[in-house]
Design a binder for this molecule. Sequence first.
Ligand SMILES: [Fe+2]
Ligand SMILES: [Fe+2]
Length: 365
Amino acid sequence: MVPNVSMAVDVRTLEVAQGNQDSGASAHCRRVAALAMELSRVAGFPSSTPGLLRLCNLVDQQFESLQFEYKDTDSILDEIREFAPFEGFDAALVEHFRGLRSRLPEQIRRGEGLPVEAGTARQIFGALGQEREYEVHELAAVAVKDPVVAASLIRVANSSLYSAASRFAGAGPAIAYIGTVEARKVMLAAVLRPLFTSAGLMRLWNHSVSAAQFCSALAAKTERVAEDEGLMLGLIHDFGSLAVHFAPRESRDAYTRLVERGCPVTYGERLIFGCDHGEIGAEILSNWNFSDEMIEAVRFHHQPERSEGPLTAFIYLVEFWSGLDEDLPSFHRVEECLRRAGLTLEALAQTGTRNSALKTLRSLT
Ligand SMILES: [Fe+2]
Ligand SMILES: [Fe+2]
C-alpha cells in the first residue's frame, strides 16, 4: 500500500505495520515514512501535515527511477515543486527537503578530516598503488617504515598457511617467502585496516576485505578486469563511507536516522549530503595517486549507468552480490553491468574467495 495523505496515515503506525520487509512495496512505505518523520522533525510540524506523505512518496518514486535516468537531488526537488498544484501539496514543503541538506566540509572531501592513519595509508598507496610488478627490496623499503605493515607481513609469513621451518623476524625475508604479489596485497590491506578500525568501522572493513577477495576471484572470470586491479578496487571502493562517518554531527545523525528507518545508505547520502559515498570517495582518492579508471569506478559504483568503464560495472556487481543493500535494488542495472563486465549471474554465484593472504590477515587481526 502506497501512503496517501487523504487516508491521514500516521507514519509511526505505518512504520510499525510494515512487517514484510522483503516486499518492494513495504520497503517503499518504510522509506516514505522515514522521509516524513525526518522532515517533520526538522521543520517542526506534525507528520500528519496535509500533503507531506504525498510529497515524500513522490521523492521516493524519483529516487527509484534514478536507475534509468540520472538527476541530481536539487533537480529532483525542482521538478517535484512543479508538481505541487497537481498533487495537492504546498510547494513550500519541498524547501524543507533542501533544509535537510548539508554539504560535507571541503576538508573532509579532500580526505583531511580522516584519522591520522590516513596519512600513512596515502603514502603507502602512493608507493604501491600502481599495477606493476614490484621487487622484494622495493616492498621491504616501504614496509620497514611502518611497524603495522611489517608486523602483518611477518604474521602472514609465519601463519600456518605459509608454514616455514624457522619463523621470520624481518619484513624482507617475509616478503621474499610469501612472494611480492601476495606481500603487496597484505601491505595495502594492513595499512587500510587501522583507518577503519580506529573509527569503529569494523563492519565496513570486513565488507571491504570480503569485496576485495570476491573482486579478485571474480576478475579471473573476465578478461576485462585484472585480478590485482579487482582486489585493490574491493579494498577502497567504499572509502567515501569513512568520510561520511566524520561528517558534522547534526547531518550525520539525520543520515543515520534515515538509514535506520529503512533508506539505503546511498539514498540517505544523496538526500543529506547531495552525493553518495562513491562520489565522496573518488574525490579523496584523486589525491592518492590512483588511476583515472579506478577513480571513475569508485565514483560511479552506485550509478553505473554514468560510466562506460568495465571496472564500474564490475564493482557494482560485487556490491549487489555482497547483499549489504547499499542502494535500491535494480535488476536493470544488474543486467546491464553483467553485459558490460562480460559476466553472467552463474559466474557470480559460482565465485568463491581464493585470496589466501588477505584471508589469513583477516583471521589474524
Ligand atoms: Fe560496498
Ligand atoms: Fe558502496
